[in-house]
Design a protein around this ligand. Structure first.
Ligand SMILES: [Fe+2]
Length: 411
C-alpha cells in the first residue's frame, strides 16, 4: 500500500470520505481521480482512464462517470470498471442533481424527434432504481447542460442556441434573435403541465441552487441562482461556425464583454424577476449538498477571468462565497501561478449552517507542476489561509465537476 499523501497543516478529523473528480487524462481520454481522507490523513490517491470525463458522482453503491451527453460509465469504489446497472438506454446530460431530502437523483436528456424536441427528465431513487419519468416538449432544440431542482419542481432554461450540426451532440451555436424561455414542471407531473416564462435572452450554463419558498405548494415562489451570460442580439454579427459551449461545459463566449455573472431569479405566479447579484465573473457553482433542492444561504463558485481579448481563453482566479441573505461576496485567491477549481462544501459534523464546514478545491500549482487539494474553513472564508494542503502526486488541471462522498454514504 502506498504511503499517505503529504499534508501541510492539520486535516480536520471529521473529513472522512473520498473526493471524486473528473478531468483530462492522457491523450484524448479523460480520467477519474479519487482521494480518500480518513482520520486526519490522505490515505490514498486512485485514478483511472474514463471516456466520460465531464462529471463523476457516487450513487447507489457505485461511481458513475458522465460525458457531456451519453450513458453513464460505472466503476467500483476502487475505480474498477463495472457494467452500468442504472436501467437507462437513452443518453443523458452530465448534471445529475441529488436532492438532499430524498437522496433522489434527477437526470435529464434531450431527444430530437421528427417534429418536436423532448426534454426527458427522470429520477433514480436512493437505491438506484428509475422511480419516475416525464417528457416535456421544448420550444426548440437548445443547449441543455444543467437544470434546477427543488423539492417539488424542475426548472429548465431554453437559451437562444441551436445545434451546430455534425456528429457532436454537445455543439451548439448562437441563434441571435431567438426567444428565451424558462419552463417549470412539477417533479411528480407527467410533463404536460408546463409553466412558461419568457425573458430577455441570456445563456445559463450552471444553476447554483434552487428552492421552493415556504410550504404552500405551487402558490409559493421558486428561487434559483444561476450563472448568466450575455447573448448576441438579433442582427449582431457572431461566429455561427463554432460552438458556444467550451470543452469544460461552460460558455466560451464574451458577448457583452464578459463571462457569466450571478443572478437571482424568483418565480411567482405569472412573473419571473431577475436581479444581478454581483458583477464578478463566475462559474462552477455549488451549494452545501445538504441543501440541494432546499433553501440555502451560501453559494460557492470559481471566480473566472478572461485571459484573451475576445474571451475564448478563460482562466480561473480563486473562489467566491456568495451570501444570498446579504448579497455579499467574499473572495479567496490561492496566489500567483495557482488556479482553484470547483469548490465542494462539506458540512462539519457539528455544523448547523451551510458555511459551517470545509471547502475542498483542487488547486493547480504551475510552479510545482502538480496539483494540491486545499481544505478551507468555509466560515472564515477569505479571511484565513487554508486549513490543510494535500500534495497530489499528479497535475490535475481543472476541468469538469466532481463530488465529495462522505464515508457515511458508502454504507
Ligand atoms: Fe457543467
Amino acid at each position: 500500500m502506498d504511503p499517505p499523501l503529504p499534508i501541510e497543516g492539520i486535516l480536520p478529523p471529521d473529513l472522512q470520505g473520498t473526493l471524486l473528480r473528473a478531468g483530462p487524462g492522457e491523450g484524448a481520454m479523460g480520467a477519474l481521480h479519487a482521494v480518500e481522507l480518513r482520520d486526519g490523513t490522505a490515505v490514498s490517491y486512485l485514478t483511472c482512464e474514463s471516456a466520460a470525463d465531464a462529471n463523476v458522482l457516487w450513487h447507489a453503491g457505485s461511481v458513475l462517470a458522465l460525458a457531456e451527453v451519453g450513458l453513464p460509465l460505472q466503476y467500483s469504489r476502487q475505480l474498477e470498471a463495472e457494467d452500468f446497472s442504472g436501467g437507462l438506454t437513452v443518453p443523458i446530460a452530465s448534471h445529475i442533481h441529488r436532492e438532499a431530502a430524498t437522496g433522489h437523483r434527477v437526470l435529464f436528456g434531450v431527444e430530437e424527434g421528427a417534429e418536436t424536441t423532448q426534454l426527458r427528465v427522470g429520477e433514480w431513487d436512493a437505491a438506484g432504481a428509475l422511480a419516475s419519468f416525464q417528457s416535456v416538449t421544448l420550444e426548440r432544440s437548445t443547449w441543455q447542460h444543467d437544470l434546477a431542482v427543488t423539492a417539488r419542481h424542475i426548472i429548465f432554461i431554453e437559451s437562444p442556441t441551436e445545434p451546430l450540426g455534425g456528429d457532436d451532440a454537445v455543439d451548439f451555436r448562437w441563434a441571435p434573435g431567438a426567444e428565451c424561455w424558462v419552463g417549470v414542471v412539477r417533479r411528480d407531473g407527467d410533463g404536460s403541465a408546463v409553466r412558461r416564462f419568457r425573458l430577455d435572452p441570456c445563456l445559463v450554463t450552471h444553476v447554483v441552487g434552487a428552492y421552493d419558498e415556504g410550504i404552500g405548494g405551487d402558490e409559493g415562489g421558486i428561487v434559483l441562482f444561476v450563472c448568466r451570460y450575455e447573448v448576441p442580439e438579433k442582427g449582431q454579427p457572431v461566429d455561427l461556425t463554432s460552438s458556444v459551449v467550451g470543452e469544460p461545459g461552460i460558455g466560451m463566449t464574451s458577448i457583452g464583454g464578459g463571462l457569466a455573472v450571478l443572478e437571482r431569479w424568483r418565480i411567482e405566479g405569472e412573473r419571473l424577476e431577475r436581479v444581478q447579484v454581483d458583477d464578478r465573473w463566475v462559474e462552477y457553482p455549488r451549494v452545501d449538498p445538504l441543501c440541494e433542492g432546499a433553501a440555502f444561504r451560501y453559494g460557492y463558485c470559481v471566480e473566472m477571468a478572461s485571459g484573451v481579448a475576445g474571451g475564448m481563453e478563460v482562466d480561473h482566479l480563486g473562489l467566491l462565497r456568495l451570501d444570498t441573505q446579504r448579497d455579499e461576496v467574499a473572495v479567496w485567491n490561492p496566489g500567483q501561478y495557482r488556479t482553484a477549481g470547483e469548490p465542494l462544501f462539506v458540512r462539519s459534523v457539528d455544523g448547523h449552517g451551510d458555511d459551517e464546514g470545509w471547502l475542498l478545491t483542487v488547486v493547480d500549482d504551475a510552479t510545482r507542476g502538480a496539483s494540491d487539494l486545499y481544505v478551507l474553513d468555509a466560515s472564515s472564508f477569505g479571511r484565513r489561509g487554508p486549513q490543510a494542503v494535500i500534495h497530489l502526486p499528479v497535475r490535475l488541471p481543472f476541468r469538469s465537476h466532481g463530488e465529495w462522498v462522505g464515508a457515511d454514504r458508502y454504507r
